[in-house]
Design a binder for this molecule. Structure first.
Ligand code: C2E
Ligand code: MG
Ligand code: MG
Ligand code: MG
Length: 285
C-alpha cells in the first residue's frame, strides 16, 4: 500500500511538473511572438529632483498587452524570459524603443541652454548583463537612435554586481562609453554600503520597502545610505514614494531624486511626451 501510495504521489508530481513546463513553454512562445507582433509597449515613469521638483528623467517599464488575456505585469513574464535567451530579446527591444523615443522627444523639445536634458533609464536583466553581447546591444541602440550615451541609464540589481565578475566587467565597459549605471532596488540584496565605493555605478535607487517602512531603524538606514552614497559621489533616487510625509522626510535627508505614485504613475508615451514639453517649456522661461 505504501508503495502504491508513493508511486501515486510521484505520478502526481510528474503531472504537475509536466504541466508547469508546458505552461512555461507556452508563455515563452507568447512572449516571443508578442515582441514581434507589437504587443509590447513602454510605460514611462517620471523621476523628479526632490529639491526643485524638476523632471530629471524617466524610467522605461515594459507593458505587455496580451491578446485575449489583457495586461500581463512584468513580474509575471520577465522572470520567465530570464529563464531563457528571450530576456536578451526583451532588453534589446526596450533599449531600442526607449532610446528612439527619448531621441525623438529631444529633437521636438531640446533642453534650455545650459540645462541637462532628461534621461531615460532602462532595466537590464542580470543574465543579459553577463552576456558579452550586451555591449553591442547598447552601442547599437545608441547608434540607431542617435541619443547621446549620457542620456541613457542602465538599471541593474545589486546582486549582479557582487556575484558576477563578467557582468561587472561589462558594466565597467558600458560606463566608459558614457552610459550611466544605477543600482536598482538597493537594500534588498546583500551589498554593504561600503562596497559601493568600488562599484562602477553613478546612481543608487533605494528600494521601495525602505521608503515605505515606518520602522525607525529603516528610516535611519535610509539616512545612512544617502550619506554614504553622497560620500562616494553617487546620486540617490528613492523608489515608490507614495505619501507626502515620505517625500518630506527624504527631502530632509537630502535625497536627490524621487519616483513614485505620489509624484507620477508610469504613463504611456503621448502623456510622457506632453509632460516633457510642458516642463521643458517652463524651464526655458
Ligand atoms: P523596478 O525596476 O524596480 O521598477 C519599479 C516598479 O515599481 C515598477 O513596477 C513601477 O510601476 C513600480 N512603482 C513605481 N512607483 C511605485 C509606487 O509608488 N508604489 C508602488 N507600489 N509601485 C511603484 P513594474 O512596471 O510592474 O515593474 C516591475 C519590475 O519588473 C521592475 O522593477 C523591473 O525589475 C522589471 N521590469 C520592468 N520592465 C522591465 C524591462 O523592460 N526589462 C527588464 N529586464 N525588467 C523590467
Ligand atoms: Mg528599475
Ligand atoms: Mg526598483
Ligand atoms: Mg525591481
Amino acid at each position: 500500500r505504501a508503495k502504491a501510495h508513493g508511486r501515486g504521489r510521484a505520478e502526481l508530481f510528474d503531472e504537475t511538473l509536466r504541466l508547469q513546463l508546458h505552461q512555461r513553454a507556452e508563455l515563452e512562445a507568447a512572449i516571443a511572438s508578442g515582441l514581434v507582433n507589437g504587443e509590447m509597449q513602454v510605460a514611462y515613469q517620471p523621476v523628479i529632483d526632490v529639491a526643485t521638483d524638476r523632471l530629471m528623467g524617466y524610467e522605461a517599464l515594459i507593458r505587455w498587452e496580451r491578446p485575449g488575456v489583457g495586461l500581463v505585469p512584468p513580474d509575471e513574464f520577465i522572470p520567465v524570459a530570464e529563464g531563457s535567451r528571450l530576456i536578451g530579446d526583451v532588453d534589446r527591444w526596450m533599449l531600442h524603443e526607449a532610446t528612439r523615443q527619448l531621441a525623438q522627444w529631444r529633437a521636438e523639445c531640446p533642453a534650455a541652454p545650459g540645462e541637462p536634458h532628461p534621461t531615460i533609464a532602462v532595466n537590464i536583466s542580470g543574465r543579459h548583463l553577463a552576456d558579452q553581447r550586451v555591449i553591442t546591444d547598447v552601442a547599437d541602440a545608441l547608434a540607431a537612435s542617435g541619443l547621446p550615451a549620457e542620456l541613457l541609464v542602465l538599471e541593474v540589481t545589486e546582486t549582479v554586481l557582487v556575484d558576477d565578475p563578467l557582468a561587472y566587467d561589462h558594466l565597467t565597459e558600458l560606463r566608459s562609453m558614457g552610459v550611466g549605471i544605477a543600482i536598482d532596488d538597493f537594500g534588498t540584496g546583500y551589498t554593504s554600503i561600503g562596497q559601493l565605493r568600488n562599484m562602477p555605478v553613478d546612481t543608487l535607487k533605494i528600494d521601495r520597502s525602505f521608503v515605505a517602512s515606518t520602522e525607525p531603524a529603516h528610516r535611519e538606514l535610509v539616512a545612512l545610505m544617502i550619506r554614504a552614497a553622497h560620500t562616494f559621489g553617487l546620486t540617490v533616487v528613492a523608489e515608490g514614494v507614495e505619501e507626502p510625509a515620505q517625500l518630506a522626510r527624504l527631502k530632509a535627508q537630502e535625497c536627490d531624486q524621487a519616483q513614485g505614485y505620489l509624484l507620477y504613475r508610469p504613463m504611456r508615451a503621448p502623456e510622457a511626451g506632453a509632460l516633457l514639453r510642458t516642463t521643458e517649456a517652463a524651464g526655458s522661461v
